[in-house]
Design a protein around this ligand. Structure first.
Ligand SMILES: [Zn+2]
Length: 483
């Protein structure tokens, strides 16, 4: 079966055919680096990872682009409140975001462009829109003229009349306070460029253009970065469903009005994450970050498993009980992996159905993922594989080496997409199981010294040092601490 995606633009599940054979360009809206993303954002970033990994798994060369929004109202206000420059304010947040991605085992994107590094492309795009009559300038700010673009609304299918009236009422209140909105001719129009204000100047968020000094609006950032990295038309754009309107609608309008070409061919959107059945919000006090969960002692692999395990077009209800279930599921996979690794092999063993079970598991996993990345069905295929294999492994003596190898290979191939087993292995050395690992290595070192194998003992000390662990020998035996 061929890979299919549900495309928000057409509201249909369609076969995926990239523009260039064998090569895929994909773009995901990344974080705004004014504070660390919450868990709902990470659901979206892990979906980006899933699509990226699965396309690579299918044999495509993937140009994967995720932007960082490092200039907007929130980052400017944050920098202003902290009394530092915009660049100084956003740099540590961006760094912490990349740490979080590594913690969650996210495959690195090809490029992570930052909005402040792509300002010339934005200015050029706005210039084209002005030339073509799709934008107008008022007092140094530039707005997109929605009335000039009849296709506006084709992604979100919003009722434009309702937007006009509803927004119109809100606009009158907003315009009284927001200088960026003052010059709009129509409430539906949106800012492409915002004339410099004192706050922008105070934090160094000001760039020169033919129409005066200022800074870009949020929507134009993604259009300019996407097209700069992937061309005027590219294959896949994804993000949270809350970005469909107005952000992605505005991206389409700006890009297509400027180039006269289709902007994106497949739009993929991830549904919300709720916490204990409620919308996550600061006011409800249920705002959860990745780091909160790590501090509670949850493992990155279990968090990754839970955030990935539901189909992206279904709401995910995040609970601590769900996290415990994820940990249990992961443990079953780890036990299975260990059983496969240690089961005895014999040349004269009688054939079993293990090889056939392994081949079918891989085929069912792929069929589920091809069906609009149905990861829930893919996991079901994986656990059928575990159950059927275990019944063979537990009832048989030594097995044929090629059958065991086929089962290991299927599990490894599946984990190339899910990335949970490898993450569990990696974090065992740095996360919750650190103490157990260190104790085990120290015991091994003591044993080596007891048999006067000082070379082995020194090698273990070096291994611990490389992991950031210092061992001190005291009269009461060895003690260890983090360097
Ligand atoms: Zn975006």
């Amino acid at each position: 079966m061929a890979l299919t995606f549900y495309n928000t633009l057409t509201r249909r599940q369609e076969p995926f055919e990239p523009l260039k054979p064998g090569r895929v360009g994909m773009y995901g809206c990344g974080p705004t680096v004014y504070q660390l993303p919450h868990l709902g954002n990470y659901r979206s970033f892990l979906f980006f990872d899933l699509v990226h990994r699965y396309l690579v798994w299918k044999g495509y060369t993937v140009d994967a682009v995720m932007n960082l929004t490092d200039v907007d109202d929130k980052t400017i206000n944050g920098a202003l409140a902290a009394g530092i420059s915009l660049a100084d304010y956003t740099a540590p947040v961006a760094q912490a975001f990349f740490e979080d991605l590594r913690t969650l085992g996210v495959r690195e994107a090809s490029v992570y462009p930052r909005a402040t590094e792509r300002i010339p492309q934005m200015i050029e795009l706005i210039g084209t829109l002005l030339e073509r009559g799709h934008a107008y300038e008022v007092g140094g700010s530039v707005y997109f003229d929605v009335a000039s673009w009849p296709e506006y609304g084709k992604l979100s299918r919003v009722d434009l009349a309702a937007v006009r009236e509803g927004a119109g009422l809100q606009e009158r209140e907003r315009q009284a306070v927001d200088p960026d909105e003052l010059g709009k001719r129509d409430p539906r129009d949106f800012a492409l460029w915002k004339a410099a204000k004192p706050a922008d100047r105070a934090v160094g968020a000001v760039w020169s253009t033919p129409w005066g000094e200022g800074r870009p609006g949020w929507h134009i950032e993604c259009s300019a970065m996407g097209m700069a990295e992937l061309g005027e038309t590219f294959d896949i754009h994804l993000g949270g469903e809350d970005l469909i309107f107005p952000h992605h609608e505005d991206e389409i309008a700006q890009s297509e009005a400027a180039t006269g070409k289709p902007f994106v061919r497949y739009w993929l959107h991830v549904k919300h994450l709720v916490i204990d059945g409620e919308k996550m919000s600061k006011s409800l006090g249920n705002f959860v970050t990745l780091r909160d969960l790590l501090e509670e002692g949850h493992s990155p692999a279990a968090i990754r498993y839970l955030l990935l395990g539901a189909h992206h077009r279904k709401e995910l209800n995040f609970t601590r009980a769900g996290l415990a279930d994820a940990r249990e599921a992961l443990r079953r996979l780890q036990d299975f992996e260990a059983t496969l690794a240690h089961h005895p092999a014999a040349e004269d063993a009688a054939p079993t159905r293990l090889g056939e079970v392994a081949a079918r598991a891989l085929a069912e996993f792929e069929a589920a993922m091809d069906d609009d990345l149905n990861v829930a069905a893919a996991l079901a295929a994986l656990f059928t594989f575990v159950r059927e294999s275990n019944s063979v492994l537990h009832s048989a003596g030594p097995l044929r080496a090629e059958e065991l190898a086929a089962a290991r290979r299927s599990l490894e191939r599946i984990d190339e997409v899910l990335g949970v087993l490898r993450l569990a292995r990696e974090s065992a050395r740095v996360g919750e199981d650190l103490a157990a690992w260190v104790e085990e290595r120290i015991e091994a070192r003591q044993a080596a010294r007891a048999r006067r194998d000082f070379q082995a003992a020194d090698a273990i000390r070096a291994e611990l040092a490389a992991a950031g662990i210092v061992v001190e020998d005291t009269p009461h035996g060895p003690r260890w601490k983090r360097a």
